[in-house]
Design a protein. Structure first.
Ligand code: SF4
Length: 316
């Protein structure tokens, strides 16, 4: 039974870190128009450190905030904060390159018509690739999945009805896996692989090193509509300037991730600099962690954990 309150950061719920405030802006499906991307870049430049960090749910974080006064208005003007009551509830990941924007918008509107879902609750849409981030509910093809198990025909309406049912039967649980789902479920559906880096038709899937879109990269991308993915990649038009992003699937950056490092008070080493300096061959996925809490470690990653006596390598 969960007893702690949900402290997931939001656009309005600021988390205080060593480097200043941190806010997390939900981006359902990872879809950002050029105007929204510019608004986020401008917000980060005005309030924070100028960069955007991608999260494992295709959302973005602004960090290093000196103040957040006025930030909510700026985000709301760009359509990035449509509901103050549902700020942290709009967690939807969508398969890249599938043109699911309209369906995601319908789901987003439906989420906002329900009582707020917990900030950890996740909805997936598209193909089986989204199951790799283990959504609570997903629409994969024409099936509704509950914690990756077949639950019958899937439509936006059946998905929202299932979300509503979760809210009705939960007590303190944040995720479906934490409670007993009281409806019949079929087979477990295997997760598919994330989309590869590189060119796919008129789109390019690109990786920002260690999940950070720097101010320089944002300046180059800000004329384009993009899609953020839950694998901390970004889908951009082929015409976009991808300087500063990794598009070669054989790059040593592929499969390397890191936590916030020295921006967190618990970090025992400058893991982000150490990761960038040590990109040699080795296990992938590899996650660099500033302490043994392993925040943001991808499923199945080998973890290099900073300790008071140096790094230790472990499987999780
Ligand atoms: S793993 Fe440790 S150092 Fe890294 S963000 Fe989490 S608590 Fe901070």
């Amino acid at each position: 039974m969960r007893t702690a309150p949900d402290r997931c950061p939001g656009a309005l719920r600021v988390h205080e870190a060593v480097d200043g405030g941190l806010v997390r802006v939900r981006v359902p499906g990872g879809y950002l128009t050029a105007r929204q991307l510019r608004a986020l870049a401008q917000a980060s430049a005005s309030f924070g450190d100028g960069s955007l960090d991608l999260t494992s749910r295709g959302n973005v974080q602004l960090r290093g905030l000196r103040t957040s006064e006025g930030l909510g208005d700026m985000l709301a003007d760009a359509g990035l904060l449509p509901s103050e009551t549902h700020d942290t509830a709009r967690n939807v990941v969508a398969s890249p390159l599938r043109g699911l924007r309209d369906m995601v918008a319908e789901i987003d509107a439906g989420i906002q018509s329900l009582d707020p879902l917990p900030g950890r609750f996740l909805i997936g849409v598209g193909e089986a690739d989204v199951l790799s981030v283990r959504p609570d509910l997903s629409l994969v093809g024409d099936r509704l999945l509950v914690d990756s198990r077949d639950a019958g025909p899937g439509t936006v309406a059946t998905l929202l009805e299932a979300a509503s049912h979760f809210l009705a039967i939960r007590t303190t649980e944040w995720r479906i896996r934490e409670l007993t789902w009281d409806r019949p479920l079929g087979d477990l559906v295997e997760a598919g692989s994330p989309v590869a880096l590189g060119t796919h038709g008129d789109r390019v899937v690109a990786l920002p090193p260690l999940g950070r879109l720097t101010a320089e990269v944002l300046g180059r991308l800000a004329a384009h509509d993009v899609q953020l993915t839950p694998w901390r990649t970004v889908v951009v038009p082929r015409s976009a300037d991808t300087t500063g992003l990794v598009t070669d699937p054989s790059s040593p950056w592929v499969g390397v991730s890191a936590c916030a490092g020295l921006a967190c008070a618990k970090a025992l080493a400058d893991i982000r600099s150490d990761a960038a300096a040590d990109l040699g061959p080795g296990p992938r996925p590899l996650h660099w962690s500033g302490c043994d809490r392993h925040c943001g470690a991808p499923t199945g990653a080998v973890i290099r954990t900073a300790t008071a006596k140096g790094y230790v390598l472990s499987d999780v």
